[in-house]
Design a protein around this ligand. Structure first.
Ligand code: AMP
Ligand code: MG
Length: 332
């Protein structure tokens, strides 16, 4: 990994679908174009996370954020007061939202913020697009607050780090969900609750102690799961099944099928996963096929996260509820 202060190099690397680590006021983030499924899949691969947790989209300003998320009155007030800064808002995705479904981990919502760090601002402006940026460390390790931490953790998995010295805040952003009738704090972070309440003029519920509020971020919205029944590790096809394939599907001759990666590449499969589950479901809506067989996916590297998601999608409805993102607090 090269350390650099040359933002134009980083912007062109991002344009080519690459990853760059950069400082924000909270911690160093690992950035990629938030609209590019492949680049987002490369982030999960570099971090080595066994699950697809939703990532935070970073944009240069409020007006840009409005292109991707639906702002309620409360969300608008919070954005106006605290952006740029360490506040992430969870919002409904706008219709036909161009942000990668993989970045939202299949949710119909979006986490978004405007970072205050001048170098992050400069990068976002020169790049001119939205960046997802989870902390720039291998999954399960401590979030980096210096460029040297990023180099030590991710080494040759990432090409560039924008060296901006130490991060001023040093803890992650506070996450507030604006999906329901009342805002709910999903994660405590750099912006304290009292400051938020002062602006709102009322007490804000903590996701953990609100009487009727869900206790984990993922419980607020349901993860995307096809309405069709899914059968995993399928090496043959039963009557009336569509196929979500991976690699060479051999002699199988499904009437309806999509292939996550004909060449058997896990990163490509991760990039296609949510979009193809959605597309297959739409294709099935039109016909009478209501079952999806899924080819076996090797359970290493990104395969672990893909299988985790497929297992949830295949589980009976009652088991899906509340089973999302149990470990979301652990990795930034
Ligand atoms: P970070 O690791 O700082 O990028 O933060 C990612 C965390 O933001 C996730 O683990 C979730 O807890 C939260 N998050 C991101 N997107 C959403 C969303 N759409 N709904 C709820 N929580 C979200
Ligand atoms: Mg982290």
């Amino acid at each position: 990994m090269k350390r650099t202060k040359d933002i134009s190099i980083l912007a062109s690397h991002l344009r080519a679908g690459g990853l760059v680590a950069f400082p924000t006021e909270t911690v160093y983030g690992l950035g990629a174009d938030a609209r590019d499924d492949n680049a987002v899949a490369a982030i999960y691969a570099a971090k080595g996370r066994p699950q697809f947790n939703p990532l935070i989209v970073h944009v240069d300003r409020f007006e840009t954020a409005q292109k991707y998320g639906v702002f309620s009155e409360t969300a608008t007030r919070l954005a106006n007061h605290f952006w740029p800064g360490p506040l992430t808002l969870v919002l409904p995705r706008v219709e036909n939202c161009p942000i990668s479904l993989l970045a939202s981990a299949g949710l119909d919502s979006l986490a978004i913020r405007v970072p205050a760090h001048p170098l992050a601002q400069e990068l976002l402006m020169q790049y001119g697009g939205p960046l997802v940026a989870p902390s720039a460390n291998p999954s399960g390790q401590i979030s980096p607050t210096k460029a040297s931490h990023v180099v030590a953790g991710l080494g040759d998995k990432v090409d560039y780090v924008l060296d901006g010295g130490d991060c001023a805040v040093g803890v992650e952003s506070t996450i507030v969900s604006c999906l329901g009738d009342v805002p709910v704090i999903l994660r405590h972070g750099g912006l304290v609750r009292g400051d938020i309440e002062q602006v709102l003029g009322f007490e804000i519920f903590d996701g953990a102690d609100a009487p009727s509020a869900p206790s984990a971020p993922g419980q607020l919205t349901s993860h995307y799961a096809p309405s069709a029944t899914m059968r995993l590790n399928a090496t043959s096809l039963q009557d009336g099944e569509a196929l979500l394939g991976f690699g060479d599907i051999g002699p199988l001759q499904p009437k309806i099928s999509l292939n996550l990666s004909p060449k058997g590449d896990l990163q490509q499969a991760a990039a296609n996963l949510f979009a193809m589950m959605t597309r297959l479901d739409e294709m099935l809506d039109e016909g009478d096929v209501k079952k999806i067989a899924v080819s076996p996916i090797p359970n290493h590297g990104l395969g672990e996260a893909i299988n985790d998601r497929l297992n949830r999608a295949a589980a009976p409805r009652s088991r899906r509820e509340g089973s999302d993102q149990k470990s979301s607090g652990q990795d930034k």
